[in-house]
Write a new protein. Structure first.
Length: 204
């Protein structure tokens, strides 16, 4: 985001207006004591459309433009510049989990590895077939990376995650089918009764 110049001076625009511009959809009203906008952006439920004022010294920091394309370019650069073969890239942000205090890292884009590990059809320890379990490796790695980078004044913008099991590297960008598999339609989501009960305001 910083390399793209995706920052806006806080004196130049109202934060609520900026969030409305950045969100694909938003809840009709601000929520909670901190007056946060609940929004949908990049097929993800996230506060304030990713607009962040922390560690920005008078600026709002926005998501990168086309973060998936950026992740692909970063992976390709690392391969060409350093001759790496097994390398993946994740662009992260912080997000909240319903009914849990605090934030954790999530992946808003990835490249160079399979982000999902599908356990459906496999057996558990006792031979019972798994029917629903799919591991989101992208978000799991993002959570570990953000833990290492920190959320405050640590000044650690990058994390190198190595020697992990269950990662299947790909010498290519994720394809459209793999990216589509990361998202769930609101009506099929576990939280469908909440998500579909709201008339979300769409922004184009």
């Amino acid at each position: 985001a910083l390399c793209q110049g995706r920052v806006v001076n806080t004196s130049q625009i109202d934060e609520n207006e900026l969030i409305g511009q950045e969100a694909e959809q938003r809840f009709p009203a601000q929520i909670g004591r901190h007056r946060v906008w609940l929004t949908i952006k990049g097929q993800r439920l996230i506060p304030n459309a990713g607009v962040d004022e922390s560690n920005a010294a008078g600026y709002f920091v926005l998501w990168p433009i086309q973060p998936q394309q950026v992740a692909n370019q970063m992976r390709r650069h690392l391969q060409q510049r350093h001759g790496l073969t097994h390398v993946g890239v994740i662009i992260t942000d912080s997000n909240v989990t319903p009914l849990r205090m605090g934030v954790t890292g999530v992946a808003i884009a990835h490249s160079g590895f399979l982000a999902l590990r599908d356990y459906r059809g496999a057996n558990d320890l006792f031979g019972r077939p798994l029917r629903m379990t799919t591991a989101n490796l992208g978000d799991a790695l993002a959570a570990a990376a953000v833990l290492a980078m920190g959320e405050g004044s640590e000044q650690t913008p990058l994390a190198l995650v190595t020697e992990l099991a269950h990662i299947e590297f790909q010498d290519r960008n994720p394809n459209a089918e793999e990216l589509k598999a990361l998202a769930i339609a609101p009506e099929d989501d576990l939280f469908a009764p909440l998500l579909t009960a709201v008339e979300w305001i769409s922004h184009t």
